[in-house]
Structures are given as structure tokens and as C-alpha cells.
Write a protein that binds this ligand. Structure first.
Ligand SMILES: NC(=O)c1ccc[n+]([C@@H]2O[C@H](COP(=O)([O-])OP(=O)(O)OC[C@H]3O[C@@H](n4cnc5c(N)ncnc54)[C@H](O)[C@@H]3O)[C@@H](O)[C@H]2O)c1
Length: 258
């Protein structure tokens, strides 16, 4: 079992879904967690649940000044930063490319890749002040095996994979950089894929009644599967692992199972 005693872990998008599960897991294993989210009330609720080892911080990852203040808060309150989990992300509504709005393209790329660039840019000096650390990014199985009608989201996550690999070279040997590629998980995120409530409800029905659909392991991926992968990649057990994109998708990206 990992022990994160004495470590400070900053998680963006910590108020919901994968981020909240990840924050709780790092805190249970002894870490101090910075819960950074644009949903300030959600981050505060989770901090209350976790207790004194959690610090809620309001941030918009697309805004440089807000990101800089987030990293400063981690250093001022908890004395430094050891792990950055770039988890905040959104999808674009499923749509044909001719019907995909430019505003949606900008928003998805702003949050999913510019946000990771900004958080990394301001966190790296803080990680260096501790003598090194770990950066973990949320990509997606969509970066490896995209589905139709979500090219913008898939491309943004492809950029996350390449950003991860390039940075692992630049920041070695003191900072490790990895990303995860989760398959479909039932979180609030799905509302950004299916903004129309009816489509969302029928998608959720299909997902839960037939989790094996397209997933050879025949199971629905859980937020805890991703949190456990983040914890492993942040731990000393992964000291030789940098520059990878780890699928957490029940073998969906392994090949064609039909
Ligand atoms: N759920 C899935 O099926 C799935 C699959 C693959 C990858 N992912 C990725 O995992 C990550 C987390 O997804 P989730 O399912 O937990 O989503 P979620 O919607 O449940 O949570 C995302 C969190 O990010 C926050 N956020 C969004 N924009 C922000 C911004 N500009 N600044 C700060 N915070 C912001 C939201 O407030 C929310 O709390 C995302 O990067 C997503 O692309 C999710």
C-alpha cells in the first residue's frame, strides 16, 4: 500500500467524478490534498468531508492568474507541492464535424490542453523547489481509439498524450510525467457529451445494462480504477515509469475483439 505521508498532491477538477475519488484516496493514504476546481462550493464540501488535510481552492485552469494563485496557495498552506494531477476536463457534445461549433472547439481545447499547459507551467517551479515530483494527466481512451462524432474531444486528448511524452523528456530526471487513458465512466462528465437529457438517460441505460458493449473485460470502469492508477504512478513503486499513456479501459484499446 502506498504511503503519501508528507506529500502534497494538487488535483484539478477535484470537486467531482474521478478527481474527487482521487483526492479521497490520496488523503486516506496520508497525503495532503489541494482540491482545485471552478466549482468552489463542491471543492469546499469535499474538503469538509476529508478534514484538515484538504485545502479547497477555486480555480479556472484556463486562466493563468488563477492557476498561479492556486499553486501559491498550495505552497503557502501546505509548504510545497509534490504531485500535480491535471484532471479537469470536459467533452464536446457529440456532433458531426459540420455541426460542431467553433465555440465548442475553443472551449474543449482551452480546458483540456491549454489548462494542462498552464497548470504544468506554474507547478514545475514548485515541484523543483521540493527537489522533484510527479505530473499526472487525464487523457482518454478516445486518444487511442476515437469514436465518430467526437473528433474534437479525441484530438484534445491526443494532444494530452503527446504533451505528456514530450514533457517526460524535458523534465527528466527529477520530474516524472505520465497520463492515463480511461474508458467510459459514468460521471457528470457525460452531461457534457450528451447535453440533451433524453440522450443522456438512454446512454446511461445502455451503459449499465450492457457494460461489456465494446469492453472485452465486460465491466464498467469505475472512478476508483483511475484513482488507483494515479496513486500507483505517483508512488515510488513507479520510479522508473515516465512518458507513458496508461489505458484503463478493460482492453477496449487493445484491438478488435469482434
Ligand atoms: N468520465 C469518463 O468517461 C472519462 C473518460 C476518459 C477520460 N475522462 C477524463 O477524466 C477527467 C475527469 O473526468 P470526470 O469524468 O471526473 O468529469 P466530471 O465532469 O465529473 O469532473 C470534472 C471536474 O472538472 C471541473 N472543471 C471543468 N472545467 C474546469 C476549469 N476550467 N477549471 C477548473 N475545474 C474545471 C468540473 O467542475 C468538475 O468538477 C477529464 O479530463 C475527462 O476528460 C473521463
Amino acid at each position: 500500500m502506498q504511503n503519501f505521508q508528507g506529500k502534497v498532491i494538487l488535483i484539478t477538477g477535484a470537486a467531482g467524478g474521478i478527481g474527487a475519488t482521487t483526492a479521497k484516496l490520496f488523503a486516506e493514504r496520508g497525503g495532503k490534498v489541494v482540491l482545485a476546481d471552478r466549482d468552489e462550493a463542491g471543492a469546499q464540501r469535499l474538503a469538509h468531508e476529508i478534514g484538515k488535510n484538504a485545502l479547497p481552492v477555486a480555480v479556472d485552469v484556463t486562466d493563468a492568474a488563477s492557476v498561479e494563485a492556486m499553486v501559491r496557495a498550495a505552497e503557502e498552506e501546505f509548504g510545497g507541492l509534490d504531485v500535480l494531477v491535471n484532471n479537469a476536463g470536459i467533452s464536446n457534445p457529440k456532433a458531426k464535424i459540420e455541426e460542431t461549433l467553433e465555440a465548442n472547439f475553443d472551449r474543449v481545447f482551452d480546458i483540456n490542453i491549454k489548462g494542462i499547459y498552464l497548470c504544468t507551467r506554474y507547478a514545475v517551479p514548485a515541484l523543483r523547489r521540493r527537489g522533484g515530483g510527479v505530473i499526472l494527466n487525464s487523457a482518454s481512451v478516445a486518444a487511442l481509439v476515437p469514436r465518430k462524432h467526437s473528433a474534437i474531444y479525441a484530438a484534445s486528448k491526443g494532444a494530452v498524450v503527446t504533451f505528456t511524452r514530450a514533457l517526460s523528456l524535458e523534465l527528466a530526471p527529477t520530474i516524472r510525467v505520465n497520463c492515463v487513458c480511461p474508458g467510459t465512466i459514468d460521471t457528470d462528465f457525460m452531461a457534457t457529451v450528451f447535453p440533451d437529457g433524453d440522450d443522456l438517460a438512454s446512454f446511461r441505460d445502455r451503459l449499465h445494462s450492457s457494460p461489456g458493449h465494446g469492453v472485452p473485460m465486460e465491466r464498467l470502469i469505475q472512478t476508483s480504477d483511475v484513482a488507483e492508477a494515479f496513486a500507483f504512478l505517483a508512488s515510488d513503486a513507479a520510479s522508473s515509469i515516465s512518458g507513458i499513456a496508461l489505458p484503463i479501459d478493460g482492453a477496449r484499446s487493445a484491438g478488435d475483439a469482434s
